[in-house]
Every structure is written in structure tokens, then in C-alpha cells.
Design a protein around this ligand. Structure first.
Ligand code: NI
Length: 169
């Protein structure tokens, strides 16, 4: 397994729209394992393939407190979404930035696992928020894009500063 480099906002590659996975090869299973390792090492509770510059519809999530419940969503689709929840979100591609985003409170998602087997899952609370956040990534959307223009500008300035400092170091 390997820890993959994570793209950081405002990298334009985060805006790419992911394409569906059509063949469930061993390479896909390796990619899922590497994404899980990268997410756990960060540490984070979710990672979309877009964030590791792989533009296929693959997501890994684990919101359990003891990191014992890895969920893999390939080609995820929301088939139900209702209610409203506002939670504070962060993102491995936007380190140290947290803000409130409005999401559906209850969702039902249809997806395939790493072997291509289809499944459906109902989610509320943190898991529902996390699935919607990661599915946004597959559409080229970062949670910052849901904030006001002023906040987006502040985040961009902060991240640009972070990247300048990293270059100098
Ligand atoms: Ni994210």
C-alpha cells in the first residue's frame, strides 16, 4: 500500500469531474486500499479520488471513532435526499479551514463496492454530510465553493500563503 499525495485548494485539478468506473480490476482494489491508507494517515474521515488526482468516481469514508468501519463507494448516486442539516466541515485538501455548510439531513445512496457489487445505504448525521461532501469532490466541488465570495477569497489567500511558505521552507 502507499500514501498518496493530496491536492490542495485552489489546485485547478480539484475542479475536474470524475468519470465512472467501468471495470473492477485489481488496480481499482489497490487504489481503494491506497486511498484508505492515505485517509487514515492524514488523518481524515473521507477522501475522494479527485483529491489524489485520480478522476474516477471512487470515495472512501470512515466516520467511526475507532476507525474500524471503512466504507467504499464507487460510482455513488444519491437516490433520496431530504431534510436539512448544517454542520462544520473541513477537508484534507483545505487544511486548517473549517466552516458551516448546509446539506441534506437524510440521504439514500446507491453505489458499488471495490469488487463492483451494487449496494444501497441510508445515512444521517455525520455520515450523510461526509458522503455529500465527498460526492461533491467527484463533481469538482470543494466545500469552500459553498461559502460566500468573501470567505472564498479569504480561504484562497490563506492557502496561497501556506503554499508560498511551504516553497520557501
Ligand atoms: Ni474534502
Amino acid at each position: 500500500m502507499a500514501i498518496l499525495p493530496i491536492l490542495e485548494y485552489p489546485d485547478p485539478r480539484l475542479k475536474r469531474i470524475a468519470r465512472p468506473v467501468t471495470e473492477f480490476t485489481p488496480e481499482i482494489q489497490r487504489r481503494v486500499a491506497d486511498m484508505a491508507e492515505t485517509m487514515y494517515a492524514a488523518p481524515g474521515i473521507g477522501l475522494a479520488a479527485t483529491q489524489v488526482d485520480d478522476h474516477r468516481r471512487i470515495i472512501v469514508i470512515d466516520v467511526s471513532p475507532d476507525k474500524s468501519d471503512l466504507k467504499v463507494f464507487i460510482n455513488p448516486e444519491l437516490i433520496e435526499a431530504d431534510g436539512e442539516i448544517v454542520g462544520e466541515e473541513g477537508c484534507l485538501s483545505v487544511p486548517q479551514v473549517f466552516d458551516r455548510v448546509r446539506r441534506a439531513a437524510h440521504i439514500r445512496v446507491r453505489a458499488q463496492d471495490a469488487t463492483g457489487k451494487p449496494f444501497e445505504l441510508e445515512a444521517t448525521e455525520l455520515l450523510a454530510v461526509c458522503i455529500q461532501h465527498e460526492m461533491d469532490h467527484l463533481m469538482g466541488i470543494v466545500f469552500v465553493d459553498h461559502l460566500s465570495q468573501l470567505k472564498q477569497m479569504r480561504v484562497r489567500n490563506r492557502m496561497n500563503k501556506r503554499h508560498r511558505e511551504a516553497q520557501r521552507a
